[in-house]
Write a protein that binds this ligand. Sequence first.
Ligand code: SF4
Length: 416
Amino acid sequence: MSAAGRTVEHITCLGCGCACDDICVVVQHDRIGEARNACALGAAWFGDGSITQDVRVHGRTASLEQALDEAARILRAAQRPLVYLAVDLSCEAQREAVALADRLGAMLDGVSSGAAAGILAAQRRGRAGATLGEIRQRADVIVFWGTDPAERYPRFTSRYAVEPRGLQTPEGRSSRTVIAVDVGAKRGPRDAAARVAVAPGDEIDALGVMRATVQSRRATEDERFQSAVELARRMSAGRYVALVADGEPGAAPADGDVAEALVTLAQALNAPTRCALVVLRGGGNRSGAEAVLTWQTGFPFAVDFAPGYPSYRPRPGAIGLLAVGELDAALVIGSPASLPEPMATGLAPLVTVAIGPRVSAASFKPAVAVDTGVAGIHEGGTAFRMDDVPLPLRPVLTGPPTAAGTLRSLRERLGA
Ligand code: SF4
Protein backbone atom coordinates (compact mmCIF):
# COMPACT_ATOMS: atom_id res chain seq x y z
CA MET A 1 0.00 0.00 0.00
CA SER A 2 1.26 3.50 -0.77
CA ALA A 3 1.85 5.98 2.02
CA ALA A 4 -1.19 7.85 0.74
CA GLY A 5 -3.32 4.73 1.33
CA ARG A 6 -6.14 3.55 -0.87
CA THR A 7 -9.20 5.49 -1.90
CA VAL A 8 -12.67 3.99 -2.10
CA GLU A 9 -15.26 6.01 -4.02
CA HIS A 10 -19.07 6.11 -3.95
CA ILE A 11 -19.42 5.07 -0.32
CA THR A 12 -22.82 5.56 1.33
CA CYS A 13 -22.85 7.37 4.67
CA LEU A 14 -25.49 6.28 7.18
CA GLY A 15 -24.78 9.11 9.61
CA CYS A 16 -28.29 10.40 8.97
CA GLY A 17 -31.19 9.48 6.70
CA CYS A 18 -29.82 11.56 3.81
CA ALA A 19 -27.62 8.51 3.05
CA CYS A 20 -25.19 10.56 0.94
CA ASP A 21 -23.66 8.15 -1.56
CA ASP A 22 -20.92 10.42 -2.84
CA ILE A 23 -18.45 9.84 -0.01
CA CYS A 24 -14.86 9.11 -0.92
CA VAL A 25 -13.07 7.27 1.88
CA VAL A 26 -9.28 7.28 2.20
CA VAL A 27 -7.96 4.22 4.04
CA GLN A 28 -4.51 4.41 5.62
CA HIS A 29 -2.98 1.59 7.65
CA ASP A 30 -6.35 -0.18 7.96
CA ARG A 31 -7.98 2.91 9.38
CA ILE A 32 -10.21 5.54 7.82
CA GLY A 33 -8.00 8.58 7.35
CA GLU A 34 -10.56 10.78 5.67
CA ALA A 35 -14.18 10.71 4.52
CA ARG A 36 -14.26 13.30 1.74
CA ASN A 37 -17.57 15.08 1.07
CA ALA A 38 -18.94 13.95 4.45
CA CYS A 39 -20.28 16.64 6.78
CA ALA A 40 -19.09 16.78 10.40
CA LEU A 41 -21.87 14.39 11.46
CA GLY A 42 -20.89 11.95 8.72
CA ALA A 43 -17.18 12.19 9.55
CA ALA A 44 -18.03 11.39 13.17
CA TRP A 45 -20.14 8.41 12.06
CA PHE A 46 -17.25 6.98 10.02
CA GLY A 47 -14.66 7.84 12.69
CA ASP A 48 -11.44 6.00 12.01
CA GLY A 49 -13.33 2.75 11.46
CA SER A 50 -11.89 1.04 14.54
CA ILE A 51 -14.30 -1.23 16.36
CA THR A 52 -14.32 -3.69 19.23
CA GLN A 53 -14.24 -7.35 18.24
CA ASP A 54 -15.23 -9.13 21.46
CA VAL A 55 -17.35 -12.21 21.96
CA ARG A 56 -18.54 -12.62 25.54
CA VAL A 57 -20.67 -15.12 27.43
CA HIS A 58 -21.72 -14.06 30.95
CA GLY A 59 -18.94 -11.47 30.96
CA ARG A 60 -16.16 -13.83 29.89
CA THR A 61 -14.38 -14.02 26.56
CA ALA A 62 -15.70 -16.93 24.52
CA SER A 63 -15.58 -18.35 21.03
CA LEU A 64 -18.27 -17.45 18.52
CA GLU A 65 -19.51 -21.05 18.62
CA GLN A 66 -19.89 -20.99 22.41
CA ALA A 67 -21.68 -17.67 22.24
CA LEU A 68 -24.16 -18.83 19.60
CA ASP A 69 -24.83 -22.06 21.53
CA GLU A 70 -25.59 -20.10 24.71
CA ALA A 71 -27.66 -17.54 22.78
CA ALA A 72 -29.75 -20.35 21.27
CA ARG A 73 -30.22 -21.92 24.70
CA ILE A 74 -31.38 -18.62 26.24
CA LEU A 75 -33.79 -17.81 23.43
CA ARG A 76 -35.19 -21.34 23.28
CA ALA A 77 -35.94 -21.21 27.02
CA ALA A 78 -37.67 -17.82 26.83
CA GLN A 79 -41.44 -17.75 27.33
CA ARG A 80 -41.98 -14.27 25.89
CA PRO A 81 -38.92 -13.05 23.96
CA LEU A 82 -38.31 -9.69 22.33
CA VAL A 83 -36.29 -9.15 19.16
CA TYR A 84 -35.26 -5.48 19.06
CA LEU A 85 -33.70 -3.76 16.05
CA ALA A 86 -31.28 -0.92 16.70
CA VAL A 87 -29.33 0.95 13.98
CA ASP A 88 -26.28 0.30 11.78
CA LEU A 89 -27.66 -2.88 10.23
CA SER A 90 -28.01 -3.78 6.57
CA CYS A 91 -31.37 -4.84 5.20
CA GLU A 92 -29.94 -8.34 4.89
CA ALA A 93 -29.34 -8.44 8.66
CA GLN A 94 -32.78 -6.98 9.32
CA ARG A 95 -34.31 -9.73 7.21
CA GLU A 96 -32.51 -12.37 9.29
CA ALA A 97 -33.91 -10.69 12.40
CA VAL A 98 -37.46 -11.02 11.08
CA ALA A 99 -36.91 -14.73 10.41
CA LEU A 100 -35.56 -15.19 13.94
CA ALA A 101 -38.51 -13.36 15.49
CA ASP A 102 -40.87 -15.55 13.47
CA ARG A 103 -39.04 -18.69 14.61
CA LEU A 104 -39.14 -17.60 18.27
CA GLY A 105 -42.74 -16.33 18.24
CA ALA A 106 -41.28 -13.08 19.53
CA MET A 107 -42.32 -9.46 19.75
CA LEU A 108 -40.32 -7.67 17.04
CA ASP A 109 -39.77 -3.95 17.45
CA GLY A 110 -37.04 -1.38 17.07
CA VAL A 111 -35.95 2.23 17.11
CA SER A 112 -38.57 3.02 14.45
CA SER A 113 -41.16 3.01 17.23
CA GLY A 114 -39.74 6.45 18.16
CA ALA A 115 -41.16 7.77 14.88
CA ALA A 116 -44.50 6.05 15.47
CA ALA A 117 -46.66 9.20 15.43
CA GLY A 118 -45.76 10.04 11.84
CA ILE A 119 -45.83 6.44 10.61
CA LEU A 120 -49.26 5.79 12.12
CA ALA A 121 -50.63 9.08 10.75
CA ALA A 122 -49.42 8.15 7.27
CA GLN A 123 -51.02 4.72 7.62
CA ARG A 124 -54.33 6.26 8.66
CA ARG A 125 -54.49 8.97 6.00
CA GLY A 126 -51.99 8.08 3.24
CA ARG A 127 -48.98 10.34 2.78
CA ALA A 128 -48.35 12.36 -0.37
CA GLY A 129 -44.60 11.87 -0.73
CA ALA A 130 -41.83 12.07 -3.31
CA THR A 131 -38.25 10.96 -3.71
CA LEU A 132 -35.57 13.48 -2.80
CA GLY A 133 -34.55 13.41 -6.45
CA GLU A 134 -37.97 14.75 -7.41
CA ILE A 135 -37.75 17.46 -4.75
CA ARG A 136 -34.33 18.43 -6.07
CA GLN A 137 -35.56 18.65 -9.65
CA ARG A 138 -38.93 20.31 -9.13
CA ALA A 139 -39.69 21.88 -5.74
CA ASP A 140 -39.89 25.68 -5.96
CA VAL A 141 -41.51 26.36 -2.57
CA ILE A 142 -39.93 24.64 0.42
CA VAL A 143 -41.53 25.02 3.83
CA PHE A 144 -39.59 23.77 6.85
CA TRP A 145 -42.12 23.06 9.58
CA GLY A 146 -40.41 23.47 12.97
CA THR A 147 -37.12 22.04 11.80
CA ASP A 148 -33.71 23.21 10.66
CA PRO A 149 -31.99 20.37 8.78
CA ALA A 150 -28.59 21.97 9.43
CA GLU A 151 -28.56 20.37 12.86
CA ARG A 152 -29.46 16.73 12.26
CA TYR A 153 -29.41 16.36 8.44
CA PRO A 154 -26.57 18.69 7.47
CA ARG A 155 -26.38 18.06 3.70
CA PHE A 156 -30.14 17.89 3.09
CA THR A 157 -30.32 21.43 1.77
CA SER A 158 -27.14 21.27 -0.32
CA ARG A 159 -27.89 17.89 -1.92
CA TYR A 160 -31.65 17.74 -2.24
CA ALA A 161 -33.87 20.60 -1.31
CA VAL A 162 -32.55 24.14 -1.48
CA GLU A 163 -29.21 24.68 -3.22
CA PRO A 164 -29.09 22.22 -6.14
CA ARG A 165 -30.08 23.26 -9.62
CA GLY A 166 -32.91 21.13 -10.98
CA LEU A 167 -34.95 20.71 -14.14
CA GLN A 168 -37.60 23.13 -12.87
CA THR A 169 -35.22 25.12 -10.67
CA PRO A 170 -32.34 26.06 -13.00
CA GLU A 171 -30.94 28.73 -10.67
CA GLY A 172 -30.82 26.55 -7.57
CA ARG A 173 -31.72 28.49 -4.44
CA SER A 174 -32.71 31.62 -6.40
CA SER A 175 -35.33 29.53 -8.23
CA ARG A 176 -36.88 28.49 -4.92
CA THR A 177 -38.64 30.17 -2.02
CA VAL A 178 -37.61 28.87 1.39
CA ILE A 179 -40.03 29.51 4.25
CA ALA A 180 -39.34 28.69 7.90
CA VAL A 181 -42.18 27.93 10.29
CA ASP A 182 -41.00 28.39 13.87
CA VAL A 183 -43.10 26.33 16.26
CA GLY A 184 -42.10 27.71 19.64
CA ALA A 185 -38.43 26.81 20.18
CA LYS A 186 -38.41 24.49 17.15
CA ARG A 187 -37.12 26.91 14.58
CA GLY A 188 -36.74 26.61 10.85
CA PRO A 189 -33.58 27.49 8.88
CA ARG A 190 -31.93 30.77 9.88
CA ASP A 191 -31.45 31.88 6.27
CA ALA A 192 -35.06 31.34 5.14
CA ALA A 193 -36.55 34.04 2.91
CA ALA A 194 -39.66 34.29 5.10
CA ARG A 195 -40.67 33.19 8.59
CA VAL A 196 -43.95 32.36 10.25
CA ALA A 197 -44.22 31.94 14.02
CA VAL A 198 -46.71 29.47 15.50
CA ALA A 199 -47.22 28.99 19.22
CA PRO A 200 -46.88 25.29 20.14
CA GLY A 201 -50.40 25.27 21.59
CA ASP A 202 -51.79 26.64 18.30
CA GLU A 203 -49.98 24.19 16.00
CA ILE A 204 -52.88 21.85 15.24
CA ASP A 205 -55.31 24.74 14.82
CA ALA A 206 -52.88 26.58 12.53
CA LEU A 207 -52.54 23.50 10.33
CA GLY A 208 -56.34 23.12 10.29
CA VAL A 209 -56.80 26.77 9.29
CA MET A 210 -54.21 26.32 6.54
CA ARG A 211 -56.00 23.23 5.23
CA ALA A 212 -59.31 25.09 5.20
CA THR A 213 -57.70 27.99 3.35
CA VAL A 214 -56.21 25.66 0.74
CA GLN A 215 -59.59 24.03 0.30
CA SER A 216 -61.08 27.52 -0.25
CA ARG A 217 -63.32 27.27 2.73
CA ARG A 218 -64.03 30.42 4.74
CA ALA A 219 -60.80 31.75 6.28
CA THR A 220 -60.70 32.60 9.97
CA GLU A 221 -60.79 36.18 11.21
CA ASP A 222 -58.72 35.21 14.25
CA GLU A 223 -55.61 37.44 14.36
CA ARG A 224 -53.45 34.58 15.65
CA PHE A 225 -53.77 32.69 12.38
CA GLN A 226 -53.45 35.42 9.75
CA SER A 227 -49.80 34.56 8.98
CA ALA A 228 -50.79 30.89 8.64
CA VAL A 229 -53.56 31.88 6.20
CA GLU A 230 -51.03 33.89 4.17
CA LEU A 231 -48.63 30.94 4.19
CA ALA A 232 -51.36 28.59 2.94
CA ARG A 233 -52.13 31.00 0.09
CA ARG A 234 -48.42 31.24 -0.77
CA MET A 235 -48.12 27.44 -0.80
CA SER A 236 -51.24 27.07 -2.97
CA ALA A 237 -49.65 29.42 -5.51
CA GLY A 238 -46.43 27.39 -5.72
CA ARG A 239 -45.75 25.14 -8.67
CA TYR A 240 -44.34 22.30 -6.53
CA VAL A 241 -44.32 22.52 -2.74
CA ALA A 242 -42.14 20.49 -0.37
CA LEU A 243 -43.41 20.50 3.21
CA VAL A 244 -40.50 19.32 5.35
CA ALA A 245 -40.89 18.02 8.93
CA ASP A 246 -38.62 16.04 11.25
CA GLY A 247 -39.89 12.52 11.94
CA GLU A 248 -37.44 11.55 14.67
CA PRO A 249 -37.89 11.67 18.47
CA GLY A 250 -37.02 14.96 20.09
CA ALA A 251 -38.11 16.91 17.01
CA ALA A 252 -41.07 15.02 15.60
CA PRO A 253 -44.57 15.89 16.69
CA ALA A 254 -44.95 13.61 19.70
CA ASP A 255 -48.61 14.31 19.22
CA GLY A 256 -50.15 12.11 16.54
CA ASP A 257 -52.69 14.85 15.82
CA VAL A 258 -49.95 17.22 14.62
CA ALA A 259 -48.45 14.50 12.44
CA GLU A 260 -51.88 13.80 10.97
CA ALA A 261 -52.52 17.52 10.39
CA LEU A 262 -49.29 17.76 8.39
CA VAL A 263 -50.28 14.71 6.33
CA THR A 264 -53.72 16.13 5.55
CA LEU A 265 -52.39 19.61 4.73
CA ALA A 266 -50.00 18.08 2.17
CA GLN A 267 -52.90 16.07 0.73
CA ALA A 268 -55.12 19.16 0.46
CA LEU A 269 -52.38 21.07 -1.37
CA ASN A 270 -52.46 18.47 -4.12
CA ALA A 271 -55.71 20.00 -5.36
CA PRO A 272 -54.44 23.51 -6.27
CA THR A 273 -50.80 22.44 -6.83
CA ARG A 274 -48.41 19.55 -6.21
CA CYS A 275 -47.15 19.01 -2.66
CA ALA A 276 -44.95 16.34 -1.09
CA LEU A 277 -44.57 15.85 2.65
CA VAL A 278 -40.88 15.12 3.28
CA VAL A 279 -40.28 13.44 6.63
CA LEU A 280 -36.66 13.69 7.78
CA ARG A 281 -35.38 10.45 9.24
CA GLY A 282 -32.31 9.53 11.23
CA GLY A 283 -29.34 7.40 10.22
CA GLY A 284 -28.26 3.80 10.54
CA ASN A 285 -30.81 2.43 8.04
CA ARG A 286 -33.96 3.07 10.08
CA SER A 287 -36.03 3.39 6.91
CA GLY A 288 -34.57 0.07 5.76
CA ALA A 289 -35.90 -1.68 8.87
CA GLU A 290 -39.39 -0.35 8.15
CA ALA A 291 -39.15 -1.43 4.51
CA VAL A 292 -37.95 -4.94 5.38
CA LEU A 293 -40.54 -5.45 8.12
CA THR A 294 -43.34 -4.20 5.87
CA TRP A 295 -42.18 -6.39 3.01
CA GLN A 296 -41.83 -9.47 5.25
CA THR A 297 -44.73 -9.04 7.68
CA GLY A 298 -47.03 -6.31 6.41
CA PHE A 299 -46.16 -3.91 9.26
CA PRO A 300 -43.23 -1.47 9.67
CA PHE A 301 -42.53 -1.98 13.41
CA ALA A 302 -44.05 -3.48 16.56
CA VAL A 303 -44.87 -6.85 15.00
CA ASP A 304 -45.90 -9.57 17.43
CA PHE A 305 -45.39 -13.16 16.29
CA ALA A 306 -46.79 -14.65 19.51
CA PRO A 307 -50.18 -15.54 17.96
CA GLY A 308 -48.35 -17.62 15.33
CA TYR A 309 -48.74 -14.99 12.63
CA PRO A 310 -47.60 -11.34 12.34
CA SER A 311 -49.83 -9.10 14.42
CA TYR A 312 -49.48 -5.28 14.66
CA ARG A 313 -49.05 -3.91 18.20
CA PRO A 314 -47.80 -0.30 17.89
CA ARG A 315 -49.51 0.44 21.18
CA PRO A 316 -48.05 -0.59 23.61
CA GLY A 317 -45.04 -1.62 21.49
CA ALA A 318 -41.96 -3.22 23.01
CA ILE A 319 -41.34 -0.42 25.52
CA GLY A 320 -44.90 -0.75 26.79
CA LEU A 321 -44.57 -4.54 27.13
CA LEU A 322 -41.28 -4.09 29.00
CA ALA A 323 -42.93 -1.63 31.37
CA VAL A 324 -45.62 -4.16 32.39
CA GLY A 325 -43.11 -7.01 32.75
CA GLU A 326 -44.50 -9.08 29.90
CA LEU A 327 -41.11 -9.89 28.33
CA ASP A 328 -38.58 -12.29 29.86
CA ALA A 329 -35.68 -12.32 27.36
CA ALA A 330 -34.41 -10.19 24.53
CA LEU A 331 -32.30 -10.41 21.42
CA VAL A 332 -30.98 -6.90 20.73
CA ILE A 333 -29.51 -6.43 17.26
CA GLY A 334 -27.53 -3.38 16.13
CA SER A 335 -25.70 -0.52 17.87
CA PRO A 336 -26.86 -0.29 21.51
CA ALA A 337 -26.01 3.42 21.66
CA SER A 338 -29.14 4.10 19.60
CA LEU A 339 -31.53 2.49 22.09
CA PRO A 340 -34.06 4.90 23.61
CA GLU A 341 -33.47 5.37 27.29
CA PRO A 342 -36.61 3.46 28.47
CA MET A 343 -35.52 0.48 26.38
CA ALA A 344 -31.91 0.50 27.63
CA THR A 345 -33.01 0.66 31.27
CA GLY A 346 -35.92 -1.74 30.75
CA LEU A 347 -33.58 -4.39 29.38
CA ALA A 348 -31.36 -4.41 32.49
CA PRO A 349 -33.38 -7.02 34.45
CA LEU A 350 -33.89 -9.28 31.41
CA VAL A 351 -31.57 -12.00 30.19
CA THR A 352 -30.31 -10.54 26.94
CA VAL A 353 -28.43 -11.65 23.85
CA ALA A 354 -26.85 -8.79 21.89
CA ILE A 355 -25.45 -8.99 18.37
CA GLY A 356 -24.20 -5.84 16.68
CA PRO A 357 -21.53 -3.15 16.63
CA ARG A 358 -19.93 -2.54 20.06
CA VAL A 359 -22.54 -4.59 21.96
CA SER A 360 -19.84 -5.91 24.32
CA ALA A 361 -19.88 -2.43 25.89
CA ALA A 362 -23.68 -2.18 26.15
CA SER A 363 -24.94 -0.62 29.37
CA PHE A 364 -27.57 -3.33 29.88
CA LYS A 365 -24.84 -5.99 30.23
CA PRO A 366 -25.95 -8.76 27.86
CA ALA A 367 -25.53 -12.38 28.91
CA VAL A 368 -24.21 -13.07 25.43
CA ALA A 369 -22.54 -10.34 23.39
CA VAL A 370 -21.19 -10.76 19.86
CA ASP A 371 -19.57 -7.68 18.34
CA THR A 372 -20.12 -7.28 14.62
CA GLY A 373 -19.13 -4.68 12.05
CA VAL A 374 -21.05 -1.52 11.18
CA ALA A 375 -23.17 -1.75 8.03
CA GLY A 376 -21.65 0.60 5.46
CA ILE A 377 -18.19 0.60 7.05
CA HIS A 378 -17.32 -3.08 7.64
CA GLU A 379 -20.36 -4.77 6.07
CA GLY A 380 -21.91 -4.54 2.64
CA GLY A 381 -25.53 -5.01 1.62
CA THR A 382 -28.39 -2.61 1.11
CA ALA A 383 -29.72 0.39 3.04
CA PHE A 384 -32.67 2.72 2.47
CA ARG A 385 -32.48 6.50 2.26
CA MET A 386 -35.14 8.47 4.17
CA ASP A 387 -37.27 8.59 0.99
CA ASP A 388 -37.26 4.78 0.73
CA VAL A 389 -34.76 4.65 -2.11
CA PRO A 390 -32.48 1.61 -1.70
CA LEU A 391 -28.73 2.17 -1.95
CA PRO A 392 -25.81 -0.27 -2.00
CA LEU A 393 -23.39 -0.40 0.94
CA ARG A 394 -19.73 -1.01 0.16
CA PRO A 395 -17.51 -1.98 3.08
CA VAL A 396 -14.24 -0.08 3.27
CA LEU A 397 -12.62 -2.08 6.08
CA THR A 398 -12.62 -5.68 7.23
CA GLY A 399 -13.93 -6.18 10.73
CA PRO A 400 -15.54 -8.68 13.06
CA PRO A 401 -18.11 -11.23 11.84
CA THR A 402 -21.02 -9.72 9.94
CA ALA A 403 -24.36 -9.21 11.68
CA ALA A 404 -26.25 -10.96 8.87
CA GLY A 405 -23.92 -13.98 8.96
CA THR A 406 -24.01 -14.21 12.77
CA LEU A 407 -27.81 -14.03 12.83
CA ARG A 408 -28.03 -16.68 10.14
CA SER A 409 -25.83 -19.00 12.21
CA LEU A 410 -28.02 -18.38 15.25
CA ARG A 411 -31.14 -19.09 13.23
CA GLU A 412 -29.69 -22.38 12.01
CA ARG A 413 -28.98 -23.37 15.61
CA LEU A 414 -32.60 -22.69 16.44
CA GLY A 415 -33.64 -25.04 13.68
CA ALA A 416 -35.07 -22.51 11.27
S1 SF4 B 1 -25.78 14.61 5.60
FE1 SF4 B 1 -26.07 12.72 6.71
S2 SF4 B 1 -25.66 11.08 5.25
FE2 SF4 B 1 -24.83 13.00 4.38
S3 SF4 B 1 -22.67 13.02 5.00
FE3 SF4 B 1 -23.83 14.14 6.58
S4 SF4 B 1 -24.35 12.58 8.13
FE4 SF4 B 1 -23.73 11.49 6.28
